[in-house]
Design a binder for this molecule. Structure first.
Ligand code: F6P
Length: 539
């Protein structure tokens, strides 16, 4: 079945009309009233191995959900999912599969087969061995020299996932310190190096392409720093690389025994399951990293096997297209109420916006559907004191995705109750609001002019993902859930989730502009006066 025929289900005028009719009907019902329906939680919440997905606060009723499930069916989600797992070249513009699941799910790696599967197994074995050696404070592969600090250099998918899991799952007792460098901005690097001892520091350059300017510039500076302090041979022993372009990393000067490979069919933003996470795995220990992979593999199996109506990623994608294409909401917020998930919004920003921020369908025709929303987010309760004003009373409705952990890893139950109560209060305020009568009841006599300011419209949807606890398995399931949700959205929208041509133009313009910046000469493109101004400021 072609990609084109898959998207027909959602753009089909009859389906659109039926969905819009459902929306009109539901718009006349208060979300607060829907929430009072008996059995709403039974109908609009699902669980899978310690993960609760509660979408009771999405303005949906049973007939609408059933219609959306028919859209999923008509879009060929199941056939596309099977093609994804079987290694079909779903990344059509780059003519390759998207098989990141093979890194965590042995059955999928079986499907890869042949010498590539053997290469992946060897690379993963090296990852586990190096991670354990570094975790124990010994420099791999020989494990004789000491290591106290590991600097991970990478950007985008070569940074966000590893940094997120490192923060979320770092073992409290690990003695190894891990540092991350992303943007080419030199100040964080200079500050970091001032605090490190080159005799006990190792560096891992992480780049799928091994052409990314930011990463290579930091890499050159770090290599010089090690070389000038320790000499060339000792410096080389402390330089590692993770890439799918082994030759490029070798020409940069990384020794073969310090290179970790991953396949080009692992997309950058899907690569956290690969040796890209060496630094994170070193900090948490390989056993915890393997458990993360196991958790994700469990979600892979759920996505493959669960019927559509019970399938968490499918349901979440249907709610996403409901909000984006039928209700017309252009943004989406992710609010984790757990500090260890501080970096989840940034990770999801890339996953969602780089995967599905497209306006051309997989077959090259212009999309008639709106695709990825603008994604943003902040931890709770901080978000309540920054962005929530607009979410409650702003002119735009922005669906929210709350993420919480039921059992904390600390003993202050009162603080955890307060945290969860705050989140539940935000969900309730968004959904139910407070009308004029209730506002009068709450505030007593209020001047009319003030009354309108104190009313909350309500009817603002949110979803909740609650983990029983934040351990490697639960986090693995959560992240794989989002990956598959994004894939399902791309099927519903008829776009390719696995390329990212939109990041190329800026990259190709930058070198000429950099030369003009250095020389003070014009660069054209309407930049001349600005460049002259900047040049003058820097003299
Ligand atoms: O610029 C976007 C991007 O291509 C991302 O997709 C990728 O995660 C990031 O750059 C880093 O690329 P690399 O791993 O090749 O350095």
């Amino acid at each position: 079945m072609s990609q084109k025929s898959h998207m027909n289900a959602l753009i089909n005028p009859e389906t659109q009309e039926m969905l819009h009719k459902c929306n009109n009907k539901l718009s006349a019902i208060r979300l607060a009233d829907l929430l009072m329906e008996p059995d709403r939680f039974q109908h609009f919440a699902r669980t899978f191995e310690g993960l609760l997905y509660d979408f009771t606060r999405v303005r949906l009723d049973q007939p609408t959900l059933e219609l959306l499930l028919q859209v999923a069916q008509g879009s060929g989600i199941m056939a596309q999912r099977d093609a994804l797992f079987a290694g079909a070249p779903v990344n059509l513009t780059e003519h390759r599969p998207a098989l990141h699941m093979a890194l965590r799910c042995p059955e999928v790696l079986e499907a890869v087969g042949g010498s590539e599967a053997a290469r992946v197994r060897a690379a993963m074995a090296r990852l586990f061995q190096f991670a354990d050696s570094l975790h124990a404070g010994r420099l791999p592969p020989a494990a004789q020299e000491p290591v106290t600090d590991l600097v991970h250099v990478g950007i985008g998918g070569s940074l966000l996932g590893p940094k997120l899991i490192c923060e979320a799952l770092a073992s409290e007792t690990a003695s190894l310190r891990v540092h991350f460098l992303g943007s080419v901005d030199a100040l964080p690097r200079e500050r970091l190096l001032a605090s490190l001892n080159p005799a006990t520091t190792a560096v891992v350059l992480v780049s799928k392409s091994f052409t990314t300017g930011d990463t290579l510039l930091h890499g050159r500076r770090l290599r010089s720093w090690l070389t000038s302090a320790r000499g060339e041979e000792a410096a080389q022993q402390r330089l590692f690389a993770v890439t799918s372009q082994i030759e490029r990393a070798a020409s940069f000067g990384i020794a073969a025994e310090r290179l970790l490979y991953f396949s080009d069919w692992v997309g950058g933003r899907y690569s956290l399951w690969s040796p890209v996470s060496l630094a994170a795995a070193a900090r948490m220990g390989s056993e915890r990293f393997r458990r993360l992979l196991d958790g994700a593999a469990a979600m892979d199996r759920h996505f493959q096997q669960a019927p559509l109506s019970e399938n968490l990623p499918v349901l979440a994608a249907l709610i996403s297209v409901w909000h984006r294409n039928i209700c017309g909401y252009a943004a989406w917020g992710c609010m984790p109420y757990d500090q260890r998930l501080r970096l989840l919004p940034a990770y999801l920003q890339q996953l969602i916006m780089e995967s599905n921020g497209k306006s051309v369908c997989a077959d090259g025709t212009a999309s008639t559907l709106q695709t990825a929303p603008v994604v943003f987010g902040e931890t709770g309760t901080e978000a309540q004191h920054s962005v929530f004003q607009a979410l409650h009373q702003g002119s735009d409705v922005v669906p929210q995705n709350f993420v919480a952990v039921a059992r904390p890893d600390h003993s202050d139950q009162e603080a955890h109750d307060e945290l969860l109560a705050n989140m539940l209060a935000q969900m309730t305020a968004l959904a139910s609001g407070r009308d004029e009568a209730a506002t009068r009841d709450a505030l007593g006599t209020v001047p009319e002019a003030l009354l309108a300011q104190r009313v909350f419209a309500g009817d603002r949807p949110s979803e909740l993902l609650m983990l029983n606890q934040l351990d490697p398995e639960h986090l693995g399931r959560l992240l794989a859930f989002y990956e598959h949700k994004v894939f399902c959205e791309s099927v519903l929208w008829g776009i390719n989730a696995f390329d990212q041509w939109g990041v190329e133009l800026g990259k190709t313009l930058a070198p000429n502009i950099q030369a003009a910046l250095a020389s003070g000469d014009g660069a054209g493109q309407g930049l001349d006066e600005l460049l002259t101004h900047i040049h003058r400021l820097r003299r």
